[in-house]
Each structure stands twice: as C-alpha cells, then as structure tokens.
Design a protein around this ligand. Sequence first.
Ligand code: FES
Ligand code: FE2
Length: 336
Amino acid sequence: MKLTNTDPALRKGWHALCRSAEVSDRPRAFTLLNEPYVVWRSPSGELRVFLDRCPHRLAPLSLGQCEGENLRCGYHGWVFDATGRCVEIPALGPDATLPPTARLSGPFAIHESHGMVFVAPEEPRTAPPSIAAAADDSFLRGDLPVMTTRASAGLLADNFLDMAHFPFVHVGTFGAGEERTVPSYSVERQGFTFSAAYEHLFANREDPGVAAGIRPLLQRRRLTYRYHAPFHLELAIDFLDAGGSNVIGFFLTPETNETVRVYSSLWRNDLEGSRERMDDAVAFEVAVIDEDLVVQSRYAELVLPLDITDEVHTRADRTTVELRRILRDFVTSADD
Ligand code: FES
Ligand SMILES: [Fe+2]
C-alpha cells in the first residue's frame, strides 16, 4: 500500500488551503486533492470557500467578482448568495424561476486559525490542527513564502520528522557540527497524532552570545515533534542554553499527484520582538527547506510506502515509522 498525494481517503482530513493573508474580496483559486476551490472574504468579513466551478457551464468562479455578500460568475453573470444558492440569472430576466440545482458546492467544513485557512472536503476524522505558540502573545510569527514543489506530501512529512539526515542534507545551514548519532527517544501516539521529544547538541550560529564569547557554539536543545494527520507538522525547539523557543509549523497541501504546496511559519519568543531578526530566521528556514527539497523533488515515484516491510527501518526512525502507521490507519479506516 502506497500513499499518493490524491488518495481519496485524504478527503476525510483537514488540509491547509491557503494563508488568511492570501484571502481578499477578490475571489482566488487554490487547488487541493486535484480539485480547484475558490476563496474570498465577504465585506462582512466572512470567509467563503466553494468548489471553483460554476454549476452552469463549470467556468472557474475565481474569474467572477464579489457584489456585496454575493458572488457573480464572470461568464454569464449568475449570482450566488452566501450559502451558494443562485439568486439571479441575468439571461432569464428579473422574474424568472431559478433552477434549484443552480447552487455551489463547498467542502464539508472550513476552519481558520493561526493565519491559515483549512478545509475538510468530507467529514473529517480529526479535529483541525492547532499550534499552542500561535495563541501565545510572547511569540512573534514569521511566514515563509509559499513554496509549490514537485513532491509527495507523505515524503515531505517523513522528511520533516526525520532526524538522521541533518549532518548530510543540511551541511550548508545548521547541519555542520550536528551529531550523527540520533539519541534514543520515544514516540507517544494519540489517535491520529503523535509527539516525540529528545535533546541533543547543535551549533547555535544564530546566538549573539556565541560571538560575544558568553556561550560555546555547541549548545543543548530539546526538539519536540508533533504530528497531526494527514500533513500537519510542528517542531518546537527549546534552546536550553541560550533560552527561548523556536516553533516551526509545516503544513503540506497535496495539490495534485505531482505537486505539493508547502506552508511554513515560525513562532519565536527569543527575538525581543525584532522583525529584522525574524526576517533573518525566515530566510534561514527557507535555505533549510531548499536543502530538503533537493532530495525530495528527485524521488522518481511520488508516494509514501505504508507497508512497514517495504523499507528498512532502524530505531532512529521511530517518528517516521509512526507516521506510516498513522497514515495507514487513517487511509484504511476512512473506508468505513
Ligand atoms: S458558467 Fe457561470 S454563469 Fe455561466
Ligand atoms: Fe531537513
């Protein structure tokens, strides 16, 4: 059993559709699981998400425009209200009876939190993802540019949870000086989520205390990974010597079988509120992800194996084995 980006079972999950900042009163299209969605915010501030397909001639509604709380299709001008019901067909004149089938279809549920818009195409098997640091005012948020890449969402999730690749893939960023040995750690699963934590030494090149000679370059940090099926990941890095926390949120949107959108944001409470330092941190994280994508974009087959016997695993791979188990359960129980 292998997980493709558009496995139908993934329709029963929450997926990042876009950033809140990408939504305006101009309808905009985003693809998820091979389906186009149109997203906009009405003048009253309500988020609207429907399939980007007019029921008349299936034209993209993202070519249309908002008229108050309604949306007018750009092709023949049909108007749809907030619930997706057609309320005007210009070609029939003002007193026409409108066909009841003239209505937009939408995802099962929409959820907006920590600057992201999430949708569940069908009744979801989990609660929407949440990030604790996002609700904590002591954290500053920095958004990485949205990246669209040829990749498997499952393999990207695997890569995010993988701890043994740092000294090899990330030599240009944080990997030099990283320990090669992965410390022993345990994974705690709860339903379709898990967390795993461990401590290790790393080269803290961002710490001004290193240049000042107050602290050594090699410092202790605790890494706590949290996974939420299908493709929401969080890594909380607690700097045990320099102090502070750096939380990396990683939301993967399976667009098509060949492409994934990568949404990533940082939450940090160790930058004294400095936007400039956050911009540097974001640029550094982009460089880290670029190193990962060199490997991830080169896979010939864009699938994540879900049969444990398909690959060789070691005790250093506990997080990524758990990822496979959870996704396998997610996919097979979605058949119920
Ligand atoms: S396709 Fe939208 S009104 Fe005709
Ligand atoms: Fe990596």
